[in-house]
Design a protein around this ligand. Structure first.
Ligand SMILES: OC[C@@H]1[C@@H](O)[C@H](O)[C@@H](O)c2nc(CNc3ccccc3)cn21
Length: 447
């Protein structure tokens, strides 16, 4: 039963949609750009479910003006995108590629002309391959490479970007790229993973310091959070839930908000968990302006001692609705997560920087794409976000994931999250029913 009571968000609440460079741009080597580790990884045999790569994607590098026009049609107030590091610095550091900067200047100018606020993420997983070959995030120098890159963007683009994010979801880089090997660079190393996490957070902190010296506007960190539940009332499953919570939700936020890592991590990594310098942990506390939270689902966990950290596995819930990603539709988890962040980390300003769902959409017919499940997913999560505001959470805005159907990393192009359908054979865009629903939400500033 859909709750039909109308709700209104606070005046000035920011409504946007999000993408990332490697998932939408295509033209990965155009105009002097260097290869990223995702360009390298996606071209490895069997790395991507459907054999897809980011070589073309949504062709956004060339069609960005058409896509900004779509954003205007949707009435977006903001657009969250990421900058391809290897377009700016083809070797990851040193020589700057002016054509790379020029692309983002053109995109920013079109956005500002359209009255759309840019929200730029510096790193959304696509590390220059040249730096990956020097150890990537496992190399302690990576934090300095990132700070130098950030400094260039703040200097060259800073007058056009009011909202910056340093990193998108460091947890996924560690978990998928270094623990399970299903994302670039495809490593499986209990020794590398803790150092990669630490260097990512050092990079974030040095990036914020660079911003304080050269930037304008506000800067934040984007993390993915999932509320963890126990599959049973037994102690083993309760402990598994606690480990899973520490591993996904607390690892990075405790690091940058509390200056320490959860004790459970040293316990679950054992001899693989390093001793971190106190000076490093003090650096991590560099204050930033907002927290970006990416919310999609919850997970229900049971003990799984045979698994790598967190020695837990998720349990499918009978009777629950699931998306094409196998993620339970659980909007109440968003309210709970936002409240948890408020209470644990001192009520920071928060943007929901990603929320959305992959469903099997029908092909466009007569200029329409019926995606009722996505409409209901968005409706339910917007209600949950509003409930969090009612409970006192300092929620400043919401970005739907995603503006466009796009390259879903190791899953290729089969999983579609867009408010706008992309026919990848013709590159034709069609606004889905969920896009028109979201347009009306923005126009009403509510439901
Ligand atoms: O999977 C949908 C999106 C993805 O396209 C974005 O690039 C990325 O920022 C993103 N993060 C999540 C949520 N976190 C997550 C959890 C487990 C594995 C992978 C991602 C979902 N998504």
């Amino acid at each position: 039963m859909t709750d039909s009571s109308s709700i209104r968000f606070p005046d000035g609440f920011l409504w946007g949609a999000a993408t990332s460079a490697y998932q939408v741009e295509g033209s990965p080597l155009a105009d002097g750009a260097g290869p990223s580790n995702w360009h390298h990884f996606s071209h490895q045999p069997d790395a991507i479910a459907d054999g897809g790569t980011g070589d073309v994607a949504c062709d956004h590098y060339r069609r960005y003006e058409e896509d900004v026009a779509l954003m205007r049609q949707l009435g977006l107030q903001a657009y969250r995108f990421s900058v391809s590091w290897s377009r700016i610095l083809p070797e990851g550091r040193g020589r700057i590629n002016p054509a790379g900067l020029d692309f983002y200047r053109r995109l920013l100018d079109r956005l500002l002309e359209a009255g759309i606020q840019p929200c730029a993420t510096l790193f959304h997983w696509d590390l220059p391959q040249a730096l990956q070959e020097q150890g990537g995030w496992a190399n302690r120098d990576s934090a300095n490479w990132f700070a130098d890159y950030a400094h260039i963007l703040f200097r060259e683009l800073g007058d056009k970007v009011p909202l910056w994010a340093t990193l998108n979801e460091p947890w996924v880089v560690v978990n998928d790229g270094y623990m399970h090997g299903v994302h670039a660079p495809g490593h499986r190393s209990l020794d590398e993973a803790p150092w990669v996490a630490h260097n990512l957070l050092r990079a974030h902190a040095l990036g914020v310091q660079a911003f304080r010296a050269d930037g304008q506007g506000q800067i934040g960190l984007v993390v993915n959070l999932e509320p963890k539940y126990a599959a049973s009332v037994g102690p083993d499953d309760a402990a598994a839930m606690s480990r899973a919570h520490a591993y996904m939700n607390r690892w990075f936020l405790d690091g940058v908000m509390l200056g320490s890592y959860p004790d459970e991590l040293a316990e679950m990594f054992g001899q693989h968990w390093p001793r971190f310098d106190l000076a490093d942990m003090a650096l991590l506390l560099e204050p930033f302006d907002f927290l970006g939270i990416n919310y999609y689902t919850r997970s229900v966990n049971r003990d799984a001692p045979q698994n790598p950290p967190p020695h837990a596995e998720s349990v499918r819930q009978e009777g629950a609705e699931y998306t094409e990603m196998g993620w339970e539709v659980f909007p109440e988890g968003l309210t709970r997560t936002l409240q948890w962040v408020k209470q644990r980390y001192g009520d920071p300003p928060i943007y929901i920087t990603e929320n959305g769902a992959a469903f099997a959409d029908p092909p466009a017919h007569n200029g329409r794409v019926a995606d009722p499940r996505r409409v209901e997913y968005l409706r339910g999560h917007l209600r949950a976000a509003h409930e969090a505001i009612r409970l006192g959470v300092n929620l400043k805005g919401y970005f739907a994931w995603s503006l466009l159907d796009n390259f879903e990393w190791s899953l290729g192009y089969a999983k579609t999250f867009g408010l706008v359908q992309v026919d990848f054979s013709s590159q034709r865009r069609t606004i889905k029913d969920s896009g028109y629903f979201y347009r009306d939400v923005i126009a009403r500033n509510g439901l």
